[in-house]
Design a protein. Structure first.
Length: 703
């Protein structure tokens, strides 16, 4: 048995195929089905490559499609359960067919095409009968063998026939089976092929780069598309589809020279015209992109997005097939960083227009330009992507497939890690950080993050159109108690909006002006402000706070309710929860009074936070904060090339917003990821972007 042997045999979800016949076996013969079937199964003819004796029992054959024949990439593995010779001289093998790498294929449908049985032995040239039961694999279950390392075994303990494992001692059972469950790797240092299993903390509603609204959706989208620029494992911007870029002396006209070897996954060349279409679509009001305002720096972008200008007026043009020009309204030295995010990705015009905004992203329709392509999507459960052979760097990819499991429950995350079913998860229960470090050595990955949790007031109607009410409720929240006693370790209380770790903000930082008051003094001041605003025993203040049902938010909600009710007996705060996707939808529609939310920076610059409260930004300004002076300060800062002067203008704007209680910042966060120590190509950084294309798995047998 090779020292670097490894396996990728997946948990079973039982699906039984009732009958059927296929031919075109490995020796290219054709033998029709003969005789009555005594149980559900499939006959295969033409030489299935199995040893013609009972020694085959318990062995593994590899099954491949005709399309994969040149390298025999596994579609699955069939474990021979029983063997017997038939009167016609052709042996019959009863197998379990494990669909490893084709979860998008419905059981049975795979047999509409040619299927090849292959072991490197064509001794059964006369053909053979194979009786199958088909099972899909999701996740893995593993045990550790002291000699051969970690072995992945089927998780389903039923109907294994004569080879029922002794689950009281699975290592001994596996050892008796020899190499039946093992496939050798093709490299000594890293293991190539197989599937990377990523947990994501919410349900994916879209894989459309222009319509996505959540960080976990962007994990999937970022694996399937590449923009003009890309991001390294440590968060640095590098060339993507654009191999080089320059700007003129004014800094307002940028030119991007594109690679000439980029195609879509269907083989059609990708050109600068695809980016022109994508940027116009992003700003099209019908697209309703949540992030369109982030590229308002492009000439006429806001006017197009507001329906005041035709899409053709947008400051993006194709000079030729491989040259893109972007004209700006102001100097933006960080433009490459802005273009590294999904809202700036290209999309295939012909596919979008053929299938429509809601259907072009379905696995059967989607066309991508990045490392992986979507092949399976079961909402509320998982998505699966497979290697895009037309990606310009496909040969460098370690994994053939990436699965994304939608897991909102942190306990389920740990259960999957325990059973060997997960490699990465983008969140964990921070309260248990120390315990998790001990339980899963090397898995816990944290670092300071450009992340602020803040609560929005709906300022379009009473009572939160009154700055006194907003200040009263903001100062009544005991952030220090929340951070020290309720939240996971690592958070810090927020008395400003922009995180302290942000770059390009070297100046005296703004803060709420009441932060020097004691807790008792803050409550008194809050009560006085509400009385001044007309509330009291005869006019109680009643409102609802809605919070995200995941993460840290549920733990804080009741504390906030208590803090507010502590102001006075006539303050009545009600609380309710909603799934994140629902809550953010209500935020964008102004369907709330006070609401929980958070923002993670798109770029390492104060503007990534401050632009959220620009009155011209649209639906991302959840509470409709509106102060023309604030807007003008941001506009003035954008024109400054001196970073110190620019930072001072940003600080003036932030202080003005805090004086208006435009939002209620609550706490600053940190990255929370779980990643197997066997995964390479992972680096913690404030932007918290981790693309699967950079990842490999270290060969555990080297240790």
């Amino acid at each position: 048995m090779p020292a670097n042997a490894n396996a990728e045999i997946f948990n079973w979800v039982e699906q039984v195929v009732e009958g059927g016949t296929i031919g075109n076996g490995y020796s290219h013969g054709q033998y029709p089905s003969e005789g009555a079937q005594t149980h559900p199964g499939i006959d295969i003819g033409g030489g299935c490559g199995l040893p013609v004796n009972a020694a085959a029992d318990g062995k593994v054959i590899r099954l491949v499609t005709e399309a994969d024949r040149k390298d025999f990439a596994s579609l699955g593995n069939a474990v021979v359960i029983q063997h017997k010779d038939e009167p016609d001289g052709r042996p019959t093998f009863t197998l379990y067919l494990h669909m490893m790498n084709a979860p998008d294929v419905e059981p049975g449908s795979i047999f509409k095409g040619d299927l090849l049985g292959y072991t490197g032995n064509t001794g059964a040239a006369k053909g053979c009968h194979l009786h199958f039961e088909v099972r899909h694999f999701l996740g893995t279950r593993s045990v550790y063998h002291p000699t051969i390392g970690r072995i992945y075994v089927p998780g389903d303990r039923s109907e294994i026939g004569d080879l029922e494992p002794d689950w009281s001692d699975p290592e001994e059972w596996i050892e008796k089976q020899g190499s039946s469950w093992l496939f050798p790797s093709d490299e000594d240092h890293v293991l190539k092929g197989g599937i990377l299993r990523r947990g994501i903390s919410g349900r994916v509603d879209t894989v459309d780069p222009h319509r996505s609204s959540t960080p976990w959706e962007n994990i999937v989208i970022g694996d399937m598309f590449v923009g003009l620029v890309d991001v390294t494992p440590d968060g640095k911007v590098i060339p993507g589809v654009a191999k080089v870029w320059t700007h003129d002396k004014t800094g307002l006209v940028w030119t991007f020279n594109l690679r000439n070897d980029v195609t879509w996954s269907d083989g059609v060349p990708l050109t600068a015209h695809d980016f022109v279409y994508a940027f116009r679509r992003l700003q099209n009001p019908a697209t309703a992109s949540m992030f369109s305002s982030l590229l308002y720096v492009i000439k006429n972008a806001q006017q197009v997005n507001n329906g005041e200008a035709a899409p053709e007026k947008l400051g993006v043009r194709a000079v030729d097939d491989h040259t893109l020009e972007i004209s700006l309204t102001e100097r933006v030295p960080y433009l490459p960083e802005l273009l590294s995010h999904p809202y700036a990705y290209p999309v295939p015009q012909r596919i979008v227009e053929k299938y429509g905004d809601n259907e072009w992203g379905a696995p059967k329709n989607i066309v991508v330009n990045g490392p992986y392509k979507l092949v399976y999507w079961r909402s509320g459960d998982q998505l699966v992507t497979e290697k895009n052979p037309n990606f310009w760097a496909s040969e460098s990819l370690c994994y053939d497939r990436v699965a994304y499991f939608e897991i909102e429950d942190n306990k389920l995350v740990e259960e999957r890690i325990d059973s060997g079913e997960l490699d990465i998860n983008n969140s964990f229960d921070g309260v248990r950080t120390a315990e998790l470090r001990q339980r899963y050595p090397g898995w816990v990955r944290t670092s300071p993050s450009l992340f602020t949790t803040y609560w929005s007031f709906n300022q379009t109607k009473p009572p939160f159109d009154d700055v006194r009410v907003r200040h009263a409720l903001t100062m009544a929240l005991d952030r220090d108690f929340i951070v020290e006693n309720i939240l996971s370790p690592g958070y810090s209380p927020a008395y400003s909006f922009v995180p302290p770790t942000i770059s390009n903000y070297e100046t005296d930082r703004p803060r709420f002006r009441w932060t020097s008051l004691s807790r008792k003094e803050r409550l008194k001041k809050a009560k006085d402000l509400l009385l001044e605003a007309g509330y009291g025993p005869d006019n109680p203040l009643t409102f609802e706070y809605i919070f995200r049902s995941t993460g840290e938010s549920p733990k804080v909600a009741s504390v906030a309710q208590s803090n507010w009710n502590e102001i006075a007996p006539w303050v009545d705060a009600q609380i309710s929860s909603a799934k994140p996707i629902v809550l953010y939808g209500r935020l964008r529609q102004n369907d709330f009074e006070i609401a929980d939310g958070a923002w993670k920076a798109d770029i390492n610059d104060p503007i990534s936070f401050l632009h959220l409260l620009n009155s011209r930004i649209g639906s991302q300004n959840y509470g409709n904060y509106n102060n023309p002076e604030y807007d003008n300060l941001l506009k003035s800062a954008a024109l400054k090339t001196d970073l110190k002067h620019r930072a001072e203008l940003f600080a003036r704007a932030e202080q003005l917003m805090l004086d208006d209680a435009g939002v209620s910042p609550m706490w600053f966060g940190f990255t929370e990821n779980l990643a197997s120590p066997q995964i390479t190509g992972w680096s913690e950084h404030p932007m918290d972007i981790h693309r699967s294309r950079w990842m490999c798995r270290v060969n555990p047998h080297e240790n």
